[in-house]
Write a protein that binds this ligand. Structure first.
Ligand code: 13P
Length: 342
């Protein structure tokens, strides 16, 4: 493993003023997104939609450091025959690949999940590297519920799998994005999210150490400390920022080059405002940026709605969100910038 090269890629992924586009929705998830805009989820429509994003020249070259792809997309060609991965490279952005194979029920832990996909991962990584992927993603899902959820069992097996994946990536000269996502689906308050996420992060870094993963050659993709969507007690932007930073400082070693947040179901502007407020706090040991799926794509999906005549509008909507989040990665975003563009 060449650690200096892994570190270089990791740092490029979290360059201030840039962030990551998570366009790696599985076939099931993209179908849900397309259902919402009444577009049929065919291979061609998925290709056209993603081609629209990757051909957004301004967004891709100025604000998007890397793109996480789904297996189907990494092998797909644009309408004119150019591999989609080439469009990303030509824009100066780094292609990445989602390598987990989703979740399965965790035995003996009713209601809890474990992420799978380690079998044959070494061979798959080799093929993805040859195709041009320089980083990967694996998402573990931890739910907050009642009756002992999350269990320590779920936290431990998911942390173990994340570390196995990360070690295999580094051996294949691919930077692992380590994503232990604590869901914001419940009615829990911010304190409970803070506690659960802290336990999850501590266990994840314990496993990464046990399995000798080089922290300089990875990127962490966590959730923010935030109240559940159904909680009556929502925290202010400042509180989310302050608690998230306090939590990360306690749990994430300074050797990690960067942290790129998931949006997790926050609204577009909330996700941007939170990232911005965290970067305003300043004096942090790691770079803080975005690796958003929904908070970057909800607007372009709506503007596009599957119609070729809306491609320019879709690209404008994507470029706007990419620019807003790029500003937030430097703490330079303000609410009135949203109004001017509306
Ligand atoms: P969201 O930003 O929509 O949460 O997606 C990011 C992601 O990649 C989840 O794995």
């Amino acid at each position: 493993m060449k650690l200096a090269d892994l570190n270089k890629v990791a740092l490029a992924m979290v360059t201030p003023g840039k962030g990551i586009l998570a366009a790696d929705e599985s076939s099931g998830t993209i179908k849900k997104r397309f259902d919402a805009i009444k577009v049929e989820s065919t291979e061609e429509n998925r290709r056209d939609y993603r081609e629209m994003l990757f051909r957004s020249q301004e967004a891709m070259s100025k604000y998007i450091s890397g793109v996480i792809l789904y297996d189907e997309t990494i092998w797909q060609n644009a309408k004119d025959g150019t591999p989609l991965i080439k469009l990303i490279e030509q824009a100066g952005s780094i292609p990445g690949i989602k390598v987990d194979e989703g979740t399965q029920a965790l035995p003996n832990c009713p209601g809890e999940l474990v992420t799978v996909g380690l079998d044959k991962l070494a061979e798959r990584l080799k093929k993805y590297y040859e195709r041009g992927a320089r980083f990967a993603k694996w998402r573990a899902v931890i739910d907050i519920g009642t009756g002992g959820i999350p269990s320590m069992t779920a936290i431990r097996v998911n942390a173990h799998a994340l570390a196995r994946y990360a070690a295999l990536c580094q051996a294949a000269q691919i930077v692992p994005i380590v994503e232990p996502e604590v869901l914001m689906d419940g009615d829990h308050d911010i304190e409970r999210c803070y506690d659960v996420t802290s336990r999850v992060l501590n266990q994840t870094f314990r496993e990464l150490r046990v399995q000798r993963v080089e922290l300089e050659g990875m990127v962490l993709k966590p959730n923010m400390a935030i109240a559940g969507k159904k909680s009556a007690k929502q925290a202010s932007v400042e509180e989310v920022a302050e608690k998230t930073i306090r939590m990360l400082k306690a749990c994430v070693p300074a050797a990690v080059p960067g942290i790129a947040f998931l949006s997790g179901g926050q609204s577009d502007e909330e996700a941007t405002a939170h990232l911005n407020a965290m970067n305003r706090i300043g004096n942090l040991p790691w770079k803080l940026t975005f690796s958003f799926g929904r908070a970057l794509q909800a607007a372009p999906q709506k503007a596009w709605s599957g119609r070729p005549e809306n491609v320019a509008a879709g690209q404008r909507a994507f470029t706007h969100r990419a620019r807003m989040n790029a500003l937030a990665s430097k703490g330079e975003w303000a609410t009135d910038m949203e109004k001017k563009a509306a």
